[in-house]
Design a protein around this ligand. Structure first.
Ligand SMILES: Cc1ncc(COP(=O)(O)O)c(C=O)c1O
Length: 373
């Protein structure tokens, strides 16, 4: 092997305004470069305890079972599905875009009898619509995506949806990969049973960890399973043997990623959730106004907009991929295109965590004005 073929690693610094990952503060990157230690080292056990405390604050929960899973947001989804869907269980998935479809597909792979209710991309459900579906069968689990990154819709009224699920004897699983840390997610007040997220969006840590929290009601359901959890790596019983005393080995924890997550969560706590939500809302409003002035109005009606991800409607015939390419090459800004039924029709612009700053919104709007003007 001629190692000289491989140059020093160079990664261009981008302004990350896509659907994730978002930009990561220097403090978080510095934390990640602390010495690697053993996953049972006393220093690392303290990091784990801090991550749990800070995640409880961020999820707004007292749930004891609150941890970070090793893997991206999809790992949270897979843990939620694999622990709470046994072969033959009835599962209802309320689909408002791509990520709901992914949950339904996963639940089928774990042997669930899956029913789907769907909305056109860009819309959301009313609690009544979900309750009507819940009334049709004995469902064990209802799955909902809170912030649907494929459309820019934030599913409202999660508390009413959770109440409906509980009235009909179902647990509520909520995907907050694109919403946690950017818009209110109130796990306990809303009554969410299983809630997962990803480190790389509104929390602004590098990709690679999936925070998850599980209510006592869901934990009891897990204890009452007739069969073992099919996914060994994500079996929450085994994971809690590691996260809880006496910290029994399960798998080698990605310690550096957890240092980074701890620091990103510490930043979240320093800013305060309320201030953070206000900042995301203000930056989103500024973006809506600027985009509308450029004749790129948001696709989603105001009441349903996900503040962390805006989806401007594009004029017919626009070569949107070319403009995204120029944003990247000339301005070093990343945004994303639409996909599925919205391919070529929208952009997906993320203002998440450390990316959600005035200077970034202004830069993007000025760059778009240059390119489209
Ligand atoms: C709503 C939602 N759920 C799940 C995921 C999957 O997360 P990851 O790509 O980190 O595995 C994403 C990623 O974009 C998402 O936006």
């Amino acid at each position: 092997m001629d190692a000289s073929r491989f140059s020093d690693l160079h990664i261009t610094q981008r302004v990350l305004l896509g659907p994730g990952p978002s930009m990561v503060e220097g403090r978080v990157l510095a934390a990640q470069s602390m010495p690697v230690t053993g996953h049972l080292d006393p220093d690392y056990l303290k990091v784990m305890a801090d991550v749990q405390d800070l995640l409880r604050y961020t999820f707004q929960t007292d749930n004891e079972v609150t941890i970070s899973l090793s893997g991206t947001g999809t790992t949270g989804m897979e843990a939620g599905v694999s622990n709470f869907v046994e072969p033959g269980d009835n599962v209802l998935v309320a689909i408002i875009g791509y990520f709901g479809m992914r949950i339904a597909e996963m639940a089928e792979r774990y042997g669930g009898n899956v029913d789907r209710i769907e909305k056109p991309w860009g819309e959301a459900f009313s609690p009544d619509e979900i309750e009507a579906a819940l009334a049709k069968k004995d469902y064990k689990l209802l799955a909902v995506v809170h912030g649907e990154t494929s459309t820019g819709v934030c599913q409202p009224e999660i508390k009413a949806i959770a109440d409906a699920a509980h009235k009909h004897g179902a647990l509520l699983l909520l995907d907050t990969v694109a919403s946690l840390g950017g818009v209110p997610v109130e796990v306990d007040a809303w009554g969410v049973d299983i809630c997962y997220s990803g480190s790389q969006k509104a929390l602004s840590a590098p990709p690679g960890l999936a925070p998850i929290t599980v209510s006592p009601r869901a934990w009891e359901a897990l204890q009452n399973r007739a069969t073992k959890v099919t996914n060994w790596y994500l079996d929450l019983n085994l994971l809690m043997d590691y996260w809880g005393e006496p910290h029994k080995y399960h798998h080698t924890a990605p310690v550096s990623a957890n240092y980074a997550l701890r620091e990103a969560l510490r930043i979240t706590a320093e800013e305060g959730l309320e201030n953070r939500f206000v900042r995301h809302a203000e930056m989103a409003e500024m973006l809506y106004e600027g985009l509308t002035n450029l004749d790129l109005p948001p696709l989603v009606p105001p009441a349903l907009r996900l503040k962390t991800l805006t989806t401007p409607r594009l004029p017919e015939g626009m070569n949107e991929a070319a403009i995204r390419g120029m944003l990247r090459d000339l301005y070093s800004i990343e945004i994303a295109g639409g996909f599925g039924p919205l391919a070529g029709k929208i952009w997906r612009i993320g203002l998440m965590g450390y990316s959600a700053r005035r200077e970034n919104v202004r830069l993007l709007l000025a760059a778009l004005d240059d390119l489209l003007g």
